[in-house]
Design a protein around this ligand. Structure first.
Ligand SMILES: [Ca+2]
Ligand SMILES: [Ca+2]
Length: 220
């Protein structure tokens, strides 16, 4: 056997050993740094949710069960996310997966929400619920003959309230907090006439109100 063949065989053995070592997965639990938790409370429905982002370090990690919110003693909620690692050559592709958990409609108090992974504790956030006085959004009976582009709540004015209600309706729909439920007049809210009512319309109305754009373009 000449020198070159020997080097080639040694090289192949090294590569095989490297791939084999990649297949051994001694630790199936994510690190705490892989988890981020944001607590969100719906403005009107008062439903508290936890938005959990899980960063998976390579292509071999899989989330096989997001679990459900459970309640420990007192005000402590937790979920246990089941993951596994497949036995394969792992591509170093970092992925983030997101899950929104409904915690519930909570009275004023201090709470915690924890994330476990395969039964092992990873991270906790504490949050406080305070019941503030709600400022009701004024609603006025519609005036069917006068249509004002941007006047989503149909109170005769185009102002920041229209922008806020559109944004809230959009956020509720986006996070699946409620089914599509428009509290205003769609045609008067869709101010860029793209047949969608979303954050762009809210932004355009806000810009219009402060004079940064001159007109809104509804489909009427
Ligand atoms: Ca209005
Ligand atoms: Ca629109």
């Amino acid at each position: 056997m000449d020198y070159k063949k020997l080097v080639l065989i040694l090289f192949i053995l090294l590569i095989n050993n490297f791939i084999y070592s990649q297949n051994i997965q001694p630790d199936p639990v994510l690190s705490p740094g892989a988890i981020s938790i944001n607590i969100n409370r719906g403005t009107y429905l008062r439903l508290t949710t936890a938005i959990v982002r899980v960063t998976l370090p390579d292509s071999c990690w899989r989330i096989i069960d997001w679990g459900v919110v459970r309640n420990q003693a007192g005000n402590n909620f937790y979920v246990d996310i089941k993951t596994d690692k497949i036995d394969a050559i792992c591509a170093m592709v970092i992925r983030t997966e997101i899950k929104e958990y409904e915690i519930g409609i909570l009275p004023s108090d201090i709470y915690s929400f924890s994330v476990y992974n395969n039964g092992e504790y990873l991270k906790t956030v504490q949050f406080q619920i305070e019941d503030e006085v709600q400022t009701p959004i004024p609603t006025v009976e519609p005036t069917p003959d006068i249509r004002i582009c941007g006047d989503y709540n149909n109170d005769g004015y185009v102002n920041i309230i229209d922008s806020v209600i559109i944004a809230q309706d959009y956020i509720k729909e986006f996070w699946h907090i409620s089914n599509k439920e428009y509290r205003g007049i769609f045609e008067q809210g869709d101010v860029n006439n793209d047949n969608r009512l979303n954050i762009v319309d809210a932004l355009l109305i806000a810009l219009y109100q402060v004079g940064l754009i001159d007109e809104l373009n509804c489909n009427f």
